[in-house]
Ligand binder design. Structure first.
Ligand SMILES: C[S@@+](CC[C@H](N)C(=O)[O-])C[C@H]1O[C@@H](n2cnc3c(N)ncnc32)[C@H](O)[C@@H]1O
Length: 213
């Protein structure tokens, strides 16, 4: 899954991962993060998720990173906000508005200095978008640039032999391996995905709270 893969998905509007409503799991479990109004929350691999609209409405400051400029332009357009756009690194743009900054580029090129201080991470369809070989590097990088803040993580579990990812199946053991040395990990929800994944493969969506240790 390289940049070209995702770019093509956005160009062809093949964005089945994009929900047409705010993720009910975010609405249900956001309170467990216990964030105060004005807290800054990082949404990695954010696409144009409506969850960002909801977080802003809740008084959060949101910072995201997304490879596709198409996605970010659509995000701002759907929010009805005109961003200030600046080149913040040779391979990174920043689309900025009040309480919202979205970096356009590869998360692995995003530094702690560029990201700035955040109080929490909301990862929905980010970890599961990455193939197994990239996930350890992703988890380490996320911890490195965020300063190991708490995470609300939404994953999918299913029989990986039935379909190829993304989204990839991520098990409890995987999460323990990626994050167990840095976080106390609690599972808050396991819900069957209605209708299954891609043609009906049974799948479970899980919600995890990762608390820094
Ligand atoms: C499965 S989608 C999820 C989007 C969003 N989190 C949501 O819930 O709708 C994964 C997104 O990550 C972006 N992406 C993939 N690899 C990336 C990377 N290395 N850096 C930044 N964004 C990336 C893709 O362009 C895509 O929009």
């Amino acid at each position: 899954m390289d940049a070209q893969f995702w770019d093509m998905k956005w160009q062809k509007n093949q964005i089945g991962f994009h929900l047409s409503a705010v993720n009910p799991l975010l609405v249900k479990y956001f309170p467990i993060l216990e964030l105060k109004e004005g807290a800054r929350i990082f949404v990695p691999l954010c696409g144009k998720t409506l969850d960002i609209h909801w977080l802003l409405q809740r008084g959060m400051k949101v910072v995201g990173v997304e490879l596709s400029q198409i996605a970010v332009e659509q995000l701002f357009s759907e929010l009805g906000i005109t961003p200030q756009i600046s080149q913040v690194a040779s391979n990174m743009l920043c689309f900025k508005a009040e309480n919202l900054s979205i970096f356009v580029g590869d998360i692995f090129a995003l530094s702690r200095a560029l990201l700035g201080c955040v109080q929490a991470i909301y990862d929905r369809a980010a970890l599961v978008a990455l193939p197994p070989a990239m996930r350890i590097t992703y988890a380490e990088h996320l911890i490195d640039i965020s300063g190991k803040v708490e995470q609300l993580l939404v994953t999918l579990g299913y029989d990986q032999s039935c379909i190829a990812g993304p989204p990839f199946s991520v098990t409890q053991q995987d999460i323990q391996r990626y994050y167990g040395a840095d976080y106390a990990i609690t599972c808050w929800d396991n819900t069957s995905v209605a209708g299954g994944l891609k043609g009906g493969v049974p799948a479970t969506e899980s919600v995890w709270l990762l608390k820094p240790e």
